[in-house]
Every structure is written in C-alpha cells, then in structure tokens.
Ligand binder design. Structure first.
Ligand code: WTA
Length: 650
C-alpha cells in the first residue's frame, strides 16, 4: 500500500497490557472466553444468540439465507418498537427508559410505560398524517426526547426514519430529503446550544424551498416564549399527541430484512452516502453488542454522549440500550456549558454505570484538568467506552485513571455507520486491554488487513476489510451492491468470497489485536464526525473568486483531525479576507458550521503532478509540518516553499 496515504501512521501501538479486574469479570454479561470458539465452530448459526435477545412474532427459518443476497434471520418477523418498548412493560413499566438531561439543569424522564404511551400516540398521529409502511420520515431534531419517541413511532408503523443531524445546514437537509424521496419532516422551532437559541425551523423552511414535492411537517415546541407560526401542512407535535391521547397502534410485523431506518453519511463522492439498516439483523446486532461489549443490563443506567443524529446515537442511545430494557441517558447540552463540570455532575446525579464517549471529548476533559472529575462521586461507574476515532494511549490512560479510578475496563470500539454496530473491540470481561489498540474482532466477526491488491495479508499496515457478513450489515451490502473499488466482485451469495472494504488503515499485532490508523479515503474524521473532502471542496469552489480548492486533514490535539483547505484564487481576487469570509460562509451554508475549516491557506497554484493531479498527500504533510521528502514528481515544486511558509505563519 501507499504508506504516504493520509490517515496512516498517526497512531502508535500500545506497549502495555491490562487485565480486566476480577470484580468486573465476576458480574459481566459475557465472561466466558469460549464465546469466540462457539462462533467459529458454528458460524453463522451461533448468531442465533443475537436473535434470541429479541422477541419475534415469527421465528426465522434460517440464520443467514444467501440465495438472493444476504438475509439475516430469514423468514423471521418482528417489530423493533415492540422490542424496545412494549415487551419491557411486564417487568419494568415504571423503570425509567429515557433519562433526559437538558440544558442548565433541566431534566425529564420517561418510564417504559410513559414511553409506550407517547410512542403509540405519535404513531397514531403519523398514521393520521398519511404516513404508511415503507414511507420515509425525515427527522431534523436536536437532542430532545421527542426524537427517540418519533424514531420508535416510525418503527412501530413500519415507516423508515431518516435522521439528519441538527447541526447540518438547510442544503444538506434538502439534499437528504430529496435523495430519500421523503415527504414527511419532523423538526422543532429551535434549540439551545451553549445558552444561545438556534432557530432550526428557519433552516428547515429554507430547505423546504428546494425539496421536490409537498412536505408534511410536524414541529416540536422547544424554545420558551418563541412563537413560530405554522403554515399549511405544518402541525404542532403536542397538539397531535394530545389529539391521540391514550390511543393504541398495533406494532406492524416487519420482515427481518425490511428497512428500519436510513442514515446518510459521508463517502468519497460529493453526494451523501445512503446507508440502510434492517429491522431484524440490525436490531439483533446492536442488542448483542450492547450486551457483550457495553455490558448493559436492564438495571443499569447507561450514558452514551453521542448525538442521536449520528449512527452512534441510533445504535447505542436508542436501539441497543432500549432493546435490552435499560435506562438510557440522553444529554442535550455541551460538555462545558454552563460549566466544565457538566459531564461529571450528570454521572454523579444519575449514578451512571456505563459511560460511552468519543476520544475527542476525552482529550478536551484532559485539557481542562483532572480536578473536574475528581470533585465528583463517579464510583457508580463500572465500564467506560470510546468510539469514533483512534484514541491515543495517553488519552486512554487518563480516562482509565481519572474517570475510571483505574478500576473500570475501557472498551475502544471500532465500527462505522455502515457496520451498524461495533465490530472490533475487546470483550471487557474476557480480553486484556492494550491502550491505543481497539482489540480483536468480536466473536463471529472476521476482519483482515490487506494490501492494495486485496487478499494478501499485510504484515505492516494495510487496508482493513471485513471478510464475513454480520447481522448488522446494511441493506446495501446484503444486496451485494458495492460502494468501494477494492476487492473483486464475486457473487455476494457466497459468504466466503466476499469482503467489505472499510476504507480504514490498520495493522494487526501478534495477538490478533487491530490498531486503527484512520481513514485512507477522502473522508476526514473531525471529532468523530465524518466529512467528505469532496463535499467541502465543492462548497468552496462555488465561491466567486475561487479557482481551485483542495481539502485535506491535518492532525489536531483535541479533535483528532482538522480540516485544512488550500485555495487558489482567480486572478483579480487576491483580497484574502473577503475570500476567506466567503469560503467560511459557503461551507456553513452547504454543510454546517461543524465543517468549518481549521485553516484556509491561500496559494497562487496547487502543487500538481506532471499529469495535473493535485498532490493532496503533500498538502496533508505540509499541514502536519512533516518532512516532505522527494518532490521530483511535481510539475511545479516551486509553490511548495511558499505554501509551507504560509502555513507556518498561521
Ligand atoms: C473511525 C462512527 C479508531 C474510523 C461509529 C471509521 C475509529 C469511522 C473508531 C466511522 C475507533 C470509529 N478507533 N477509529 N474505535 N471508531 N472510527 O461512520 O475511521 O461516523 O471508519 O461511525 O470512524 O465513522 P462513522
């Protein structure tokens, strides 16, 4: 492989090993190392145990059918909402299902019974609005309880939700609604971020102008004292729910392979990549991994600090934890608003047992200082997890020591929007931990690291591929459609002749532990959020006065990676301040403020190869202040020095 590819070489292998503490092992859901062998000896049959975590209306005929694409739990029927809500009523209707922590100390809880009522009421309302099985309902919502309620309501009636992260711009919302052919939208008037009100409905209105066809909207009233007027075909959430008070809607029996939801993520192209997760396979998979890796039990209070707008929130705030009948915490605010004590306060107050967050957050906590967590009683914690980016050993160790008292195991969980759930991680009661290394593939999961020709095991570093299907795989892979260009295209019906290229660089050590090096495609992972360089570049080149743009990732202390935009202006547009403002505004408007470049570097020309391709690898090296080595492949090496000095001056 090309060792110079962006993303490789940014992490270092772990040196020490830590055993899981006996007290943790003694109580864990999955503590028997034989689980690995059980899956190997009986694959795919052993996946039965994931399916068994759910209640089915009709049992499956085969664990994995493979005639016409992959069908996990073929023949089975179930309803995801029933599994996450109704079936828990018998044992724990008065247990809190959702503990919501709002801004400034506000809070709200929903017991399983309360959740059941509201989900039924909103499902009835959706029906009344005309939503039918298979219709796509877009949700453009901040972290408020109505979002999971609405997701479950859709699942109840067999509608497919498409949640669009509230931080995305109007353009991004419109593109996703059009791509999904979605005629329904749930949004809210606005929300609070660090004390300021963000007017979400205004953004949704802007999007509506470019959405094809009529849209029926439901609007949640979140902002105090802000009266947003509703137009034709816009409905107030509370009124709808009240109008259907105490109504019941029978959960629709769905095929295991039916769509549960779609979610758009960033890929290598300029357009968002659609990922579709299934009802039976996905739900079984997230329930199984939430149980085996996150060690969730019904009596636990579990907190994943992700946003429900991303896959982590779907799988490990909503579906996985609720399928297991636990109490899941949902936090609306920022970790440092109003104080840097928020996170620790919430853990103490809720007596959180399991905490799952991103390395970027941990690096911020580290920067703020160990005195913040030290001031709180975090003794309720029994397990810690991370997801979203590689975690550097120093951050891992800090988390383990200052949050986990040196006692809680830490699981570094590798997965992606496409995988639905965790694929690579230690099992916290079974495997030793190595800080900085995610761990072995989970039982039943097989991955390998290959070189760029595919198939050959790379001893050093290479491309991480998944080489066996798994229940959480998305519809797009079940059907054998290909996203990427590596690997061959043998029949998807043959599970042994199949690989899924993850587009991550990785290496495997002698114990079979996988260290993730980062993306090897044109995707940048900033604070665990995915952006395609193409999406950002196309927003930038649309700005008047921009001739060419190249977006690459540079290393960042807290965010892992940062977006560097190299821009060459057209002649006569050398006024950099004006251009810079225009570029920032364009990125905000087409993607959202979260994609704002860390640095915009102007250069009269892009460094190009003799065949005229922009040398992005070189631009990434410049961003990281690395030694640039041989520049003989360049047509215009003279621009390099100039770009370097501009970057250094920043
Ligand atoms: C990265 C988030 C290292 C990886 C669940 C992957 C990780 C991308 C880890 C997917 C981890 C996720 N260690 N890198 N534990 N977890 N990644 O789709 O590059 O938003 O390809 O899914 O995040 O990001 P996505």
């Amino acid at each position: 492989m090309d060792a110079n590819e962006p993303g490789l070489g940014t992490n270092r292998p772990a040196s020490e090993r830590l055993e899981p503490p006996d007290s943790f092992v003694a109580q864990a859901n999955v503590a028997d190392p034989a689980v690995y062998a059980a899956f190997e000896e009986n694959w795919p049959g052993a996946w039965e145990r994931a399916g068994d975590l759910l209640e089915w209306d009709r049992p499956h005929e085969r664990v994995l059918g493979a005639e016409d694409g992959f069908r996990w739990f073929q023949g089975g029927r179930l309803n995801a909402c029933y599994n996450c809500v109704d079936r828990h009523l018998a044992d724990r209707k008065n247990q809190v299902a959702l503990a919501w922590e709002g801004r400034n100390g506000e809070s709200r809880t929903y017991t399983y019974l309360e959740l059941y009522h509201e989900v039924n009421e909103f499902a009835a309302a959706l029906r009344e609005l005309g939503v039918e099985e298979g219709d796509v309902v877009t949700m453009y919502m901040p972290m408020i309880p109505e979002l999971p309620v609405a997701m479950l309501s859709c699942a109840r009636i067999g509608a497919v939700h498409s949640v669009v992260y509230a931080g995305f711009a109007a353009d991004a919302l419109a593109t996703r609604m059009n791509a999904a052919d979605s005629a329904y939208l749930l949004t809210c008037d606005g929300y609070y971020r660090r004390g300021d009100a963000v007017l979400l409905k205004n953004k949704a209105d802007t999007a509506a102008v470019t959405v094809d066809g009529d849209v029926t909207s439901v609007v949640v009233d979140r902002l105090d004292g802000y009266d947003c007027s509703l137009g034709a075909d816009e409905h107030d959430y509370d009124e709808l729910v009240c109008a259907h008070a105490r109504e019941r809607v029978d959960p629709v029996r769905r095929r295991a392979s039916d769509d549960l939801f779609i979610i758009y993520t960033s890929g290598t192209t300029g357009t968002p990549k659609k990922v579709t997760h299934t009802t039976g396979g996905y739900l079984s998979y997230v329930a199984w991994t939430a149980r085996a890796v996150l060690d969730i039990r019904p009596e636990d209070t579990y907190w994943c600090s992700a946003d429900v707008g991303w896959i982590t929130g779907h799988s490990y705030i909503v579906y996985g934890p609720l399928a297991l009948g636990t109490t899941t915490v949902m936090y609306e605010g920022a970790p440092d608003h109003p104080e840097k004590t928020r996170i620790w306060e919430i853990i103490e107050r809720n007596a959180v047992d399991i905490f799952y967050t991103a390395p970027t957050a941990i690096r911020a906590f580290m920067k703020w200082g160990a005195e913040y967590p030290a001031d709180y009683d975090l003794s309720s914690l029994r397990l810690l997890g991370t997801v979203g980016e590689p975690i550097n050993p120093r951050a891992w160790e800090w988390y383990h020591e200052h949050v986990g008292r040196g006692e809680c195991p830490v699981v570094d969980t590798w997965w992606q929007t496409e995988t639905g759930g965790i694929l690579v991680s230690t099992l916290p009661a079974v495997s030793d931990m190595k800080p900085g290394t995610a761990g072995p593939p989970l039982p039943g999961i097989s991955v390998s690291v290959v070189d760029d020709r595919g198939g050959i095991e790379a001893r050093e570093g290479g491309y991480l591929v998944v080489d066996r299907p798994w229940p959480g795989m998305p519809q797009e892979l079940c059907e054998g459609r290909r996203w990427a260009n590596r690997g061959d295209d043998r029949s998807p019906a043959d599970p042994t002749a199949w690989t899924y290229p993850t587009e991550d660089g990785a290496f495997v050590d002698k114990d079979g532990y996988v260290t993730i090096l980062g993306r090897v495609d044109d995707v940048i992972n900033v604070s665990g959020h995915r952006f395609g360089t193409m999406e950002i570049e196309s927003a930038i080149v649309d700005v008047e006065g921009v001739a060419e743009a190249a977006v690459v990732s540079g290393d960042h202390d807290v965010h892992g990676k940062a977006i560097y935009a190299y821009v060459s202006p057209e002649d006569g547009h050398e006024r950099q301040d004006a251009l810079r403002e225009g570029i920032v505004a364009a990125v905000k408007e087409s993607i959202g403020p979260i994609a704002r470049p860390e640095a915009i570097v102007f250069t009269p020309e892009m460094p190009k190869t003799r065949s005229g391709k922009i040398m992005r690898r070189l631009l990434a090296d410049i961003a990281n202040g690395e030694d640039l080595g041989d520049l003989s492949a360049l047509r215009n090496p003279e621009v390099v020095g100039e770009i370097e000095s501009t970057v250094e001056e920043r």
